[in-house]
Design a binder for this molecule. Sequence first.
Ligand code: CAO
Length: 428
Amino acid sequence: MAEIKQVLMPDIGDSKDVPVIEVMVKAGDTVKAEQPLLTLETDKATMDVPAPFDGVVKNVSVKVGDKISEGTLILSMETSATETSADVSPPTTPAPVKEAANPAAATPVTAPVAMPIVTPTGFQSSPTGKAHASPSIRHFARELGVDLTRVRGSGEKGRITKNDVQSFVKATLAQPQGGSGGGLQVSAMPVVDFSRYGVIETKPLSRIKKLSGANLHRNWVSIPHITQHDEADITEMEVFRKELGEEYSKQGIKITPLAFLLKAVVTAMQQHPDFNSSLDASGENLVLKKYFHIGVAVDTPDGLMVPVLRDVDQKGIVQLAKELGEISAKAREKKLPATAMQGGCFTISSLGGIGGTAFTPIINAPEVAILGVSKASIKPVFQEDKFVPRLMLPLSLSYDHRVIDGAEAVRFTSYLGKVLSDVRRLVL
Ligand code: CAO
């Protein structure tokens, strides 16, 4: 005959109000004796609470975050009569199974049972980079052949959850074999409990940061980057830009150096076609593009977005300035469709409106180069036997060294400098 038994928290030494950090079962689950039901975390360790016998979970009385002590009702389970009368599982490890002193135990259908606690096996609170996981998660990872030191924990204090192990397996299986960048083996990041050193606050990353973070990471580790720094004399360009700016401000068009840079970059790409290419999937051929779509990194409150301006070669400075204003406003208002961020050939990341002297932008794969732009400033330049004040624009070109050689890169930035110092060349 089926019987319902209550499962209570046993004595675990001096510990009281122990936080529940994971509940592994729910009502309706069939569990086997020794199968972990919950994970608890004391000051010293995490530990699993296993089922004392086979049965079906009827009702779970605790949830993550609850603090429980000896005698707390954990759950009730339906067991077969044979199991419960003679075969309440004995402890596998230290704590004995015992009938708890609970009034409910007086009724024949709800005999409460406290279970053995499985002591933690190899748990480390891991500033040293060792995996921070409960015994059941270790067991689960072992079954799948997962090295837990390579799994990043998303649980409290960096603890590895079952979901983390599953995501790790999915990500590993999804990695391309061979070709560009598959199978990179790196050791896990150290998981540090910062609260040990002072007050902290945890803030989730925005959705955009999570998405772009994965791509940035892939591009950073799988593309051999070099960054070439250079300067362009934009003294004359700036005079022209200001004239244009005054003229078009009445129409609500703001003309910034970026509109000139878009045009100049395309001219340099036409002279150096490898900059308008991508490696094909085999990694053995270059796909050369005959169109010129340029992505522009836009800083939004939720993170970085890279909308793409189409056919930049066929547009003038004023048209580009107008489109730039429109797409950056849309990006900041979250009104850009996903298609507006696709199909780019090259990216410009301009931090010039903010400051800086140089940086190392990350290539936006499958593109092969990206131009970083910092703030222009007046510098003394030696010309015709004397120093003259010139407005110099810092350029930082990161390129994929599998596709572009250093000499070609510096020819590209020199050409850019030449065009920007004499913008009449943009119409050639
Ligand atoms: N040197 C000096 N001044 C510059 C400059 C430069 N290189 N670039 C722009 N400026 C000036 C502009 O002329 C403008 O001046 P006024 O307000 O006096 O007219 C001011 O700086 C602000 O420009 P802006 O930022 O509004 O416009 P922009 O066309 O230069 O840039 C956009 C547009 C969308 C690219 C920019 O706003 C932005 O988001 N930049 C950040 C990109 C980014 O985060 N990149 C990092 C990627 S890696 O994490």
